[in-house]
Design a protein around this ligand. Structure first.
Ligand SMILES: [Zn+2]
Length: 213
């Protein structure tokens, strides 16, 4: 153990993307925006049923992280302009085990750049989360990759994987996509290939659980 303060590290998550129709995407009926209040359930009284990803952040409850991701997703969904601006942030585990976000950044129609900002001693980035705005006929719950977007950037999967090179990022970092069209949030590992199938839907996978006192 060292009392030395960890120097601030800034991690930039750039998601420069512009979707093209792509065979990988499974067309889905556009359900329109979720009505306000639809996601107001108390997530701490439910349990997520999706299988755990192959790799997850260490020393952190996946249930707690998923609840936190849904909480942030609800905030993103109900942010004015979320229909036509991507919104994103990092989820950071603090030294005491609690979670916080970095600044919640509102980007553009198909692009958002967000940064963790300086990290305090003992803090580590455990997840990133950003929204995708609706595109008719496109499964926007899937992270972008070089093969399915026409923007200048590498896409979500490459950006997330490259962040694993930072000592400020947990090797099990997860990458959450908030699909504004459906209101669902999907879970992906940062580690892994460029192209992914649709991930676990952590918005619709809960069953009643025990509420904390
Ligand atoms: Zn994206």
């Amino acid at each position: 153990m060292s009392d030395q303060i960890m120097p601030p590290i800034t991690v930039i998550g750039s998601n420069d993307e512009h979707y093209d129709p792509f065979p990988l995407f499974r067309p889905f009926p556009n359900m329109g925006p979720p009505p306000p209040g639809q996601f107001s359930h108390d997530s701490y009284c439910t349990v997520h049923q999706s299988l755990a990803p192959d790799i997850i952040p260490k020393d952190l409850s996946l249930e707690f992280l998923r609840d936190t991701a849904i909480h942030i997703a609800n905030k993103i969904i109900h942010t004015p302009g979320s229909q036509n601006h991507e919104i994103g942030t990092f989820i950071i585990k603090m030294a005491n085990g609690s979670l916080r976000t970095s600044e919640l950044v509102k980007g553009e129609l198909h692009n958002v750049n967000f940064a963790s900002g300086p990290l305090n001693a003992g803090e580590v980035i455990v997840a990133m989360i950003h929204s995708h705005t609706p595109i008719a006929g496109v499964e926007t719950g899937i992270p972008s990759s070089s093969g399915n977007h026409a923007g200048g950037g590498p896409g979500d999967t490459v950006v997330a994987r490259n962040l694993l090179n930072s000592s400020a990022v947990d090797p099990g970092m997860l990458n959450y996509i908030v699909d504004i069209a459906s209101g669902n949030t999907y879970e992906y590992t940062a580690a892994g290939p460029d192209v992914r199938p649709l991930g676990a839907n952590i918005t619709k996978d809960t069953v009643p659980g025990r509420c904390p006192r």
